[in-house]
Ligand binder design. Structure first.
Ligand SMILES: Cc1cc2nc3c(=O)[nH]c(=O)nc-3n(C[C@H](O)[C@H](O)[C@H](O)COP(=O)(O)OP(=O)(O)OC[C@H]3O[C@@H](n4cnc5c(N)ncnc54)[C@H](O)[C@@H]3O)c2cc1C
Length: 431
């Protein structure tokens, strides 16, 4: 048995949804020293709306982030339909999604203003754990005990036994080990904004539930949000092989030309157009995605990834937030399985032992997220092919009705996956 008086030092790079959730899941363990290092100098209100499905909400509930389940933070459709699909010219409801498994109403799909969700997570992080203005540069070995040292761009360092790269879709931690893995433009462009609902007070039929309008090669997502906010997300498919595309120059979170966007929707229903006419400003987010990674076991088994850093799927199917939460929980459980609070550690905190931890995490999550990424690639190819075709109205309606069933993503049971991934036998040689 290993020395249970030693603390396992865990460094998390990135204070997004994955990083904060992992820290919350581990911070109460007296034998775990968990610290988060975030590039931003302050966690500002950036971003628009983000959705969490039952898979993410169940885990937030489990780790005590119960405020995230409150209606004052997240918005749920009152009809219980997790999404409602409307025709772009007639406004009629063509189809809708419902939850399938036994899902408690507090775990029904919810939409958040991302800064509100991040704030709730931050409120649960113990003081002193989060270190801002720490931009990851590189990782090296500490010669004296073989642990890891992170170098930050400001010249400071941090030591750790395990590093979790939760630094988002363009992860520097991922690129330090797999430089060829970069997220590339899919040709899909999102225009997002969250504004006070009062901008739309004059619109009598403003949707009071989350609705997704579908038209040929573009969509419009609308949702009320708590605190009298309203989310507008327009998405438009372009040719990903056009290197000089106008939207690429704007970058991520750049200001978009709202007048030009209205032109894109000029033949949509009067209701959709009146909403875009009343939308005061909008930001542009050219969508990027990468293929699944060959492995998440990096840095001699002491480094791994979570959230968008691990599976850059570009936020498709509104699944990114919950996938990040599930990763974070599975990572924390893998650490605690091998290093339980009560002692009786199952491995030594050396390269071989920590590889066991990271492998258990990878076994729990990667088969699932690989499948998600493959499904997204398939969907993205379909969207690109679709712009070359002239879809008939009949085909559009058929596509809206025969959508993929994504229950396996939104209601994925990470606890069951973790239980299945636990090894049946642990090598005594590890101790
Ligand atoms: C500011 C921001 C706004 C967003 N807005 C939306 C939105 O409106 N809608 C939506 O669907 N998705 C949005 N996303 C993406 C969404 O949060 C993720 O797709 C998803 O939640 C997965 O979370 P994550 O923790 O893996 O990554 P992220 O949420 O992207 O978090 C990654 C964190 O790592 C930090 N980081 C990056 N590089 C470094 C580095 N070198 N060193 C240290 N820290 C680093 C980032 O600053 C960030 O805080 C946004 C992401 C960010 C960072």
């Amino acid at each position: 048995m290993s020395d249970a008086t030693k603390r396992i030092r865990i460094a998390i790079v990135g204070a997004g949804i994955a990083g904060l959730t992992a820290a919350i899941a581990l911070q109460e363990e007296p034998h775990i020293d968990v610290q988060i290092y975030e590039r931003a100098s302050e966690l500002r209100e950036v971003g628009a709306t983000i959705a969490l499905g039952p898979n993410g909400l169940k885990i937030l509930d489990k780790i005590g982030v119960s405020k995230a389940l409150k209606d004052t933070v997240g918005f749920r459709n009152r009809t219980g339909r997790s999404m409602i699909y409307r025709h772009y010219q007639t406004d009629e409801v063509v189809s809708f999604d419902v939850h399938h498994g036994p899902v408690e109403s507090k775990h029904h799909c919810a939409r958040f203003f991302r800064p509100h969700l991040q704030k709730v997570l931050l409120e649960h992080v113990r003081p002193g754990r989060l270190h801002l203005h720490k931009s990851f540069k590189s990782i090296r070995r500490e010669p004296s005990d073989q642990s890891l040292v992170i170098d930050f761009l400001d010249g400071s360092t941090a030591q750790a036994d395990i590093i979790l790269g939760a630094d988002g879709i363009h992860s520097a931690v991922r690129r330090a080990y797999i430089p060829t893995s970069s997220a590339l433009w899919t040709g899909h462009v999102f225009f997002r904004t969250v504004v006070p609902r009062s901008h739309f007070d004059h619109i009598a039929d403003l949707p009071d539930e989350a609705v997704h309008y579908w038209g040929p090669d573009r969509t419009l997502f609308l949702s009320p949000l708590p605190k009298d906010l309203f989310a507008v997300v327009a998405a438009h498919q372009c040719d990903p092989n056009d290197p000089g595309h106008q939207y690429l120059a704007a970058g991520w979170d750049g200001d978009a030309d709202i007048a030009a966007l209205r032109v894109l929707y000029k033949d949509w229903s009067p209701l959709a157009r009146s909403i875009l006419d009343a939308t005061p400003r909008i930001k542009v987010y050219p969508n990027t995605a990468a293929k699944e990674l060959p492995t998440w076991i990096l840095g001699n088994g002491r480094v791994t990834l979570a959230g968008d850093a691990a599976h850059a799927h570009g936020g498709a199917f509104a699944a990114g937030g919950s996938l990040a939460i599930n990763d974070a929980w599975a990572f924390a459980q893998s650490v605690l399985y091998y290093f339980p609070r009560e002692g009786g550690w199952r491995v030594r905190p050396d390269d071989a032992g920590l590889t066991e931890v990271v492998s258990l995490y990878e076994r729990t999550r990667k088969p699932h997220t690989d499948k998600v990424q493959k499904t997204v690639q398939d969907r993205n190819q379909f969207l690109v092919d679709q712009i070359k075709m002239k879809q008939t109205d009949e085909e559009l309606r058929a596509q809206m009705k025969n959508r993929r069933d994504l229950t396996w993503i939104h209601e994925h049971d990470v606890e069951a996956a973790f239980a299945r991934a636990i090894p049946s036998k642990i090598s005594e040689a590890r101790l």
